[in-house]
Design a protein around this ligand. Sequence first.
Ligand SMILES: Cc1cc2nc3c(=O)[nH]c(=O)nc-3n(C[C@H](O)[C@H](O)[C@H](O)COP(=O)(O)OP(=O)(O)OC[C@H]3O[C@@H](n4cnc5c(N)ncnc54)[C@H](O)[C@@H]3O)c2cc1C
Ligand code: FES
Length: 1289
Amino acid sequence: MDGAAELVFCVNGRKVIEKNVDPETMLLPYLRKKLQLTGTKYGCGGGGCGACTVMISRYNPITKRIRHYPANACLLPICSLHGAAVTTVEGVGSTKARIHPVQERIAKCHGTQCGFCTPGMVMSIYTLLRNHPEPTLDQLTDALGGRLYVCVCFSKDDDDEEEFLPLDPTQELIFPPELMIMAEKQPQRTRVFVGDRMTWISPVTLKELLEAKVKYPQAPIVMGNTSVGMWNSGGAFHPVIISPECIEELSVVNHADDGLTLGAGLSLAQVKEILKTQTYHALLKHLGTLAGCQIRNMASLGGHIVSRHLDSDLNPLLAVGNCTLNLLSKEGERQIPLNEQFLTKCPSADLKPGEILVSVNIPYSRKWEFVSAFRQAQRQQNALAIVNSGMRVFFGEGGGIIRELSIAYGGVGPTTICAKNSCQKLIGRPWNEEMLDAACRLILDEVSLPGWAPGGKVEFKRTLLISFFFKFYLKVSQILKTMDPVRYPGLADKYESALEDLHSRNHWGTSKYQDVDPKQLPQDPIGRPIMHLSGIKHTTGEAIYCDDMPVLDGELFLAFVTSSRAHAEIVSIDLSEALSLPGVVDIVTEEDLRGVNSFGLFGEPEKLLETQEVSCVGQLVCAVVADSEVQAKRAAKRVKIVYQDLEPVILTIEEAIRHHSFFQGERKLEYGNVDEAFKVVDQILEGEIHMGGQEHFYMETQSMLAVPKGEDQEMDVYVSSQFPKYIQVTWVAATLKVPANKIMCHVKRVGGAFGGKVTKTGIMAAITPSPVGVTCPSHGCPVRCILERGEDMLITGGRHPYLGKYKAGFMNDGRILALDVEHYCNGGSTLDESLFVIEIGLLKVDNAYKFPNLRFRGWACRTNLPSNTALRGFGFPQSGLITENCITEVAAKCGLSPEKVRMMNMYKEIDQTPYKQEIDATNLIQCWKECMATSSYSLRKVAVEKFNSENYWKKKGLAMVPLKFPVGVLSTAAAQAAALVHIYLDGSVLVTHGGIEMGQGVHTKMIQVASRELRMPMSNVHLRGTSTETVPNANVSGGSLVADLNGLAVKDACQTLLKRLEPIISKNPKGTWKDWAQAAFDESISLSATGYFRGYESHMNWETGEGHPFEYFVFGAACSEVEIDCLTGAHKNIRTDIVMDIGHSINPALDVGQIEGAFIQGMGLYTIEELKYSPQGVLYTRGPDQYKIPAVSDVPTELHVSFLPPSQNSNTLYSSKGLGEPGVFLGCSVFFAIHDAVRAARQERGLLGPLKLDSPLTPEKIRMACEDKFTKMIPRDEPGSYVPWNIPV
Ligand SMILES: Cc1cc2nc3c(=O)[nH]c(=O)nc-3n(C[C@H](O)[C@H](O)[C@H](O)COP(=O)(O)OP(=O)(O)OC[C@H]3O[C@@H](n4cnc5c(N)ncnc54)[C@H](O)[C@@H]3O)c2cc1C
Ligand code: FES
């Protein structure tokens, strides 16, 4: 072995030599901190989000070929990179050198918003193009299908290829010849890298690998590190790692007469390529959806098999397929079957210490032998299966009698489970309905799942066990029929739908912009689809986010310690062990914040750090400060807290109602006379709907950096926040007890926020600078705090879960005359904005409908969960869903389509809202009609009904919802905005305003405004970011109003300047801005102006229930069509048409992006995003592996967005409307389309009663609502007889 080896690899063509590498170092922090290549982002640290995608290239000296593949830098130990070339986004292209066509196209096609995940997208596509310069659509879908879809909008108004740079493969970085020579020439010897805690051994021959394994039998063999690498997120730590490199025998591919032998070191992506030509359909099916493209390229076949994860997709299939494992040790070779004993790690059937897996034999299937794969996950792609299965049957020559049967399941036990006994009992039986029935009963008996089983969804899992078997039964019956139609009659046509894949076609979409007035000057950019100002920088990775700022001299890192109990007294906190660790500088406790620890937010007392009584898991208790992130986080885990649990622990809304645990009293709004109206209606219905919360899932986690300036207690605070003034005044200045004029808060841009970067960010930003003076009291030292994804999700809360109860009085024709609604939101442990959310929900409860008599009451529940807060839409997505659900039920009672009842009850012309504000609903009706027409609603409704009558196991649903989204913030002061515009003597202009760029493109729009007002090209105007130094006291950026309000302030400043300069310009009309600026200077005319907008006149009197809280209404409508699989609960979004009234769009490209992004976020909210809490109040879903937001493959196959023609809106900026939030609600058209499909399934099964479906409408809820003989067959647990794994809150 070669002791203390040198690690050599290349990054973007530059050679990197590491002499004393620490094997614990992952490529991501190495790139970001050591090489300062910050284009590669941290989003989750667990391989789940793709923000850290890089391209790895390796040269194989035997085949002489170079393999390029995408990989997640967060899971790549740098020690595994010896001899590899790493390409990051900086190596692909930059504004300083040349941008790459991929970067250019994504930017110019408006494919970026906040831009945080964009470099990862670029790298995925770039790698695809390196391998396939002209990729097919399938290859593109494969490369991007599992990528998280937070907000991206790819569209281009005209498809002029000429506009783009051509792709020229000769311009790409070549594989470094030095590495090639190294691979060819260097004597291959085992390399050893020794760190403080870990030793990394890289054997290069099979012999050396075995020697290492003998020496360190407990050491894992790391191939892709996608399983072992999880030690960072709570997995086991390994002091020794063995990582084989380029060992030929592990990459073997052997075709024999009876099967295929595949090397254990082949990546899953390579296996997929090999199997493509071998038609192993079942394996291929799973390899298409297993994880994302990066993980499939990193993860090895051997690592997958040996890990034996409970939800492994391949092991059930390999097990039923009679695969064998070829093992090798010092003692020699042997073969073991990949069977149940191996999977359950039975010692006699497992690898022995010192033994390695060399390859896997996968037999071909025989005649009359059939193998199938099944899986159901929360999301179609890149989501671990809830249940998966491999099934195989062998009949022998003719006869249709079962000779062999194997069934294995994943997701239902600690590892893959085989239904061995059931299979045994079915041998000898004919393949018919009786066998099916017996098989289902046997399987349910054998694969029993207790009510408390980890992962929850127990009844769903039980149902899937037999639904999958039923699918297998049908599939085999169908094949038997094709093989011998005389003997096997096969299936009725309408049952065949069970076997088809859900609607799958390539995605496409259209966006119809408004035309600008032909009379508008060509250089005037207002109304034109201008690319996001930072678009190119997003794609090149040059856009700087908070944690991209270089590490400063003496910088410290702060890591929070949080409560692990939902409600408990803190008996003691022992800091000694944490303090004794190297690098630890201090631990901030309540003591250090004496006098400033308590504060009152929205009138409720709260604490920054809690050291007496904690009221939720994730509450901040103290904070460790160390000289590095690693040390701070390590030490935070060593703080020992002793708790004494307290009662009650209130987690759910129902528990809060039982305990009368509310924040303040009820909020109420009443219109007309509800009680009287109930007396005259034809029918009354009462119902309720529960709606789960939502995680913000901004891509950039909470980030802050406090930098003391060294004199006069001045400090700069850089924060990823929507509200700099709040950080500056309310938090940092108040906590440090210095005037606000000493503290300046700067925000360049934010990697997504959605409402989650206001209150909690403020609290954390208040604590972060507190240790500034600790190590260096005279000058202070900078302190950085960046949350990991898991702690971010745990601490920061999200959208409020809701319970809506309603009583509706209506006539038989569908007219609703009275509505009595109660809303309860789960506010969590502190008030935060919960009451405000309830109030907004209350003011928007009518959505698009005129309810002549309405009573609305709302309560914010105080529970022992992390505090919930603002999230895009702010109460409306919940409130609107409750109303629409009520309408859907009314329609069902009246025997009418929900769309008919919606239209009947809609505001029609000029009318009054429940709070007596005037509303002109002309454009609402226009949107509705236009959406009906563009979506061909009526024709498609007929087609859906026809489809449903012909297909028993698949159903389609179609639904259309209207939108009336009132825009405003209820108070004039909260809508004031300011701007500062400077003209410099060279004629260039600098604009500053109070709004935060969080992806919505506000800075781009502000430059458009300045360009129009000053009549100068956009290229002459610059915007550096937001700062309390240039625009003080700015309001929070949120509520769809950022561009509206700040735009009016920028406009004001520009007009002031222009007015001052007009005499100069008129004297020299042909002059340049440089001439005019100089002339103004010479005449002592100020070239700087502030602009101000005092806010929309708005007010609301809660006593009288009257007011004018909003400035205007955004109208819209969305029609969605889905297809569901009644047996698995899967659904596919087939098509969505959206029509919006947006007034005069300032920038239609950005506006379409906002509408699409919001719609997709809403779709996730209503259909797949599911927060799971333990009965003890611990949030389980703390990363993209457990919490599923929509991925690219979830976008409707067809997505069409169009605007109404421009309409005048006198008070707003150029008659534009704010669009950040409204589209979220339109996601519920997908919810109601699924609802429609489920209702069709139930009707066919004779279930005509009421249908109660809660949100999110997940595969579990869809499947369980499509009741059939299988759902009836499963055992049900007595409620209360067990403690469930999770509880709905
Ligand atoms: C984000 C993400 C998403 C995922 N999604 C899915 C999914 O949808 N479906 C699914 O099925 N799986 C999924 N996985 C799991 C993934 O398939 C496994 O982590 C992967 O296959 C493990 O392979 P590896 O090479 O990375 O293993 P490593 O982490 O390198 O090693 C894993 C284990 O295998 C042992 N080992 C490896 N090779 C050998 C050998 N030759 N001989 C003896 N022992 C060996 C090691 O000692 C170690 O204990 C996902 C993982 C991640 C991180
Ligand atoms: S940070 Fe690596 S995948 Fe999310």
